[in-house]
Ligand binder design. Structure first.
Ligand SMILES: Nc1ncnc2c1ncn2[C@@H]1O[C@H](COP(=O)(O)OP(=O)(O)OP(=O)(O)O)[C@@H](O)[C@H]1O
Length: 626
């Protein structure tokens, strides 16, 4: 079949309409349609097919994308002409299914109420809510996102949400590897990772806002700056990502992580047919955009797969998520990193231009949307087990809360109005605390204790499952080795009886210590303050044991002028010092990951105590042994 010219489409529009009217879709035969699988609950993939614009209609080209509302399916019908044989005009059709499909007559309010509004209380409660608009140039991304941003501002600031939050906004533009601050005259900023692995937008201006009009003012200022830059710089807006970040700080719980809303207008996935140009710079730019969108797809899928596995209690290695491969996903690291402790909800809106002349790009957009939908096998209803929270329905969870939340008992209906066991486990901590504190007389410490208790029960149940699997996997040989391995799952000294020796006298590689950062560890201190103020590290070796080329996380030479030698107690600036790997807080209370590449020199007097950590195969984190 040949590629079709626009004139051909105009000439055969009538025949096209006739052929489309005759089209009878065959029933969908997907696992989802048969009810054998479900889409990942934390990510909603929808599509908005915009109306034909006046100038498109005036050309006489028909619409090529057609909606089946009942099944959220878009049918794309193309008009083709046979190259060989008798001249024949046929319609070739393909269909795409998403979680929610919005047709040309759907309003932005409908889209907002259906998929975006739930992100507001989620972020208000301490979670991360992200909206992406994806699609080819001119498909309606900016139209959709800017309208949604207005509604978000309205709902955040109209006082209907419980409690108070300090609200901050920043808006940046990512173009290739470069980032610009749209709320500071488009000044260039840097996307950096601090020594704790958190992404920082270095140099960005974050503005505190306390009313809707100011918030909207910033959003509109950024939009108009983008538009001006776009006119001056050859349409840059469609070739850069715009990231609006709204951060919500909860002054009542200073130790809690901030809620965050990201509203992201992605770069055009393909240029519209009349804007294509092929100079080298443009081709390079197109390649960069394609790479970043393809990495984004891998990251969204990877995170959804990791979430699905963890909700199903699977203990396999989490899916690989390549978030470092593009500036966009690096900026959004805490959404995609499987080691991230943050609970995230994501909405993707794939914007589609319906014009028959653009169906190639529209098919790509819809295919991209379909690929983002991680469909997981429908979980078999697990048999209720009082010791396994992920098997609890809402009634069983409420009964557990009633019996285990201390005095006064926390109102189960307020803490878990609709949630099941697995859902309450993933509720962001600030929201957990806020809901618990609705019961008169309940303290924050009591609320925190019940969350820890629930997680402890979950971890124990998963650990039990992992051990059972482990035992089945072994052939029974090597009992002593197994016992030794079990001991090495804990950071305690493997030698018997040494615990009686004061810990400062037996510092060794593998020991975990609690420590207080000094002025030279500013970024560690900042990250620790956000995570509750405690710092933990695994001792690697005395600084004198490393050669002259070893550097710490900031690039400073660890042992200046030093010669490698394993003398213990080698001094630095007259004091005993050790090279240590940082431990960073993970998903569950008291859980940690070892950040082996983040090494700091910790002096003996900065160490406070030995801390015991135990490796848990089920969750793949270290847990502090109390
Ligand atoms: N749902 C809609 N209803 C009416 N008009 C729309 C709709 N969606 C988009 N449009 C119009 O279509 C045109 C292109 O939309 P928009 O600029 O939002 O596309 P875009 O995908 O952001 O493009 P780019 O990638 O170039 O920034 C605009 O004139 C816009 O007003």
């Amino acid at each position: 079949m040949a590629t079709i010219s626009e004139q051909f489409l105009v000439d055969h529009a009538e025949r096209y309409h006739r052929l489309v009217a005759q089209f009878r879709p065959s029933p969908l035969d997907t696992k989802a349609a048969r009810g054998a699988s479900v889409a990942s609950p934390e990510i909603i993939v929808c599509s908005r097919v915009r109306p034909m614009l006046a100038d498109e209609m005036s050309q006489g080209i028909p619409a090529g994308v057609h909606i089946r509302r009942a099944t959220n399916t878009a049918d794309v019908h193309e008009l083709r002409q046979a190259v060989r044989g008798l001249p024949m005009i046929t319609v070739s059709s393909s269909n795409y299914t998403v979680d929610k499909l919005f047709g040309p007559d759907a309003t932005t309010v409908e889209i907002y109420d259906s998929v975006v509004k739930p992100l507001i209380p989620w972020a208000w409660g301490g979670g991360i809510g992200t909206l992406f608009a994806y699609g080819q140039t001119g498909s309606g991304k900016t139209f959709t996102v800017s309208d949604l941003e207005r509604r978000v501002a309205e709902d955040l600031m109209n006082g209907s949400l419980e409690g108070a939050r300090k609200t901050y906004i920043s808006i940046i533009e990512l173009s290739g590897q470069t980032a610009f601050d749209l709320l500071n005259s488009r000044k260039q900023i840097s996307i950096l990772e601090d020594s704790f692995g958190n992404t920082q937008m270095a140099g960005v201006h974050e503005h505190q806002v306390s009313d809707k009009d100011t918030l909207l003012g910033y959003i509109e200022a950024a939009a108009s700056l983008r538009q001006t830059a776009s006119t001056l710089k050859n349409d840059t807006s469609s070739r850069s990502h715009a990231v609006c970040r709204i951060r919500l700080e909860n002054p009542q719980i200073p130790s809690a992580e901030d809620g965050v809303l990201y509203l992201i207008d992605l770069a055009g996935s393909e240029a519209a047919r009349d804007k294509v140009s092929h100079d080298a710079a443009r081709m390079k730019e197109a390649r960069e955009i394609n790479t970043s969108l393809s990495v984004l797809k891998d990251c969204i899928r990877g995170r959804a797969l990791a979430d699905a596995d963890s909700m199903a209690g699977k203990t396999t290695k989490p899916a690989y998520v390549p978030f470092r491969r593009s500036t966009l996903t690096k900026t959004l690291k805490h959404i995609f990193d499987p080691a991230s402790a943050r609970s995230c909800k994501t909405v993707v809106i794939a914007c589609v231009n319906p014009c028959l002349a653009d169906v190639g790009a529209s098919k790509n957009t819809l295919r991209f949307a379909e690929l983002l939908r991680v469909v997981v096998p429908k979980p078999k209803p697990a048999a209720y087990d009082p010791a396994v929270p992920i098997t609890w329905d809402n009634a069983q969870l409420r009964a557990w809360i009633g019996n285990n939340s201390g005095t006064p008992p926390i109102h189960a209906a307020a803490l878990a109005p609709t949630e099941t066991g697995p859902q309450l486990l993933r509720l962001p901590l600030p929201e957990f605390l806020a809901r618990s504190l609705q019961t008169p007389g309940v303290t924050a410490a009591q609320a925190q204790a019940i969350q820890t208790k629930l997680w402890a029960l979950h971890i124990d149940s998963q650990r039990g499952q992992a051990r059972a699997t482990d035992t089945i996997g072994r052939d029974g040989a090597g009992g002593t080795a197994v016992a030794r391995m079990a001991r090495l799952d804990c950071s305690a000294d493997p030698e018997d009886g040494v615990a009686r020796v004061p810990w400062r006298e037996r510092i060794r590689p593998g020991m975990v210590v609690g420590w207080v950062p000094g002025p030279e560890h500013a970024s560690v201190a900042a990250a620790a303050a956000a995570g509750g103020g405690k710092c933990y590290a695994v001792v690697l070796c005395p600084v004198g044991a490393v050669g002259p080329r070893v550097r710490d996380v900031r690039g400073a030479v660890v042992n200046p002028g030093g010669v490698a030698g394993a003398e213990p107690g080698v001094e630095r600036e007259g004091r005993e010092a050790y090279l240590c790997a940082m431990m960073t807080p993970a998903m569950a209370p008291m859980s940690f990951a070892v950040s082996l590449w983040r090494q700091e020199v910790v002096r003996m007097e900065q160490m406070e105590a030995e801390v015991l950590m135990e490796w848990d195969e089920a969750t793949r984190y270290y847990y502090m042994v109390i």
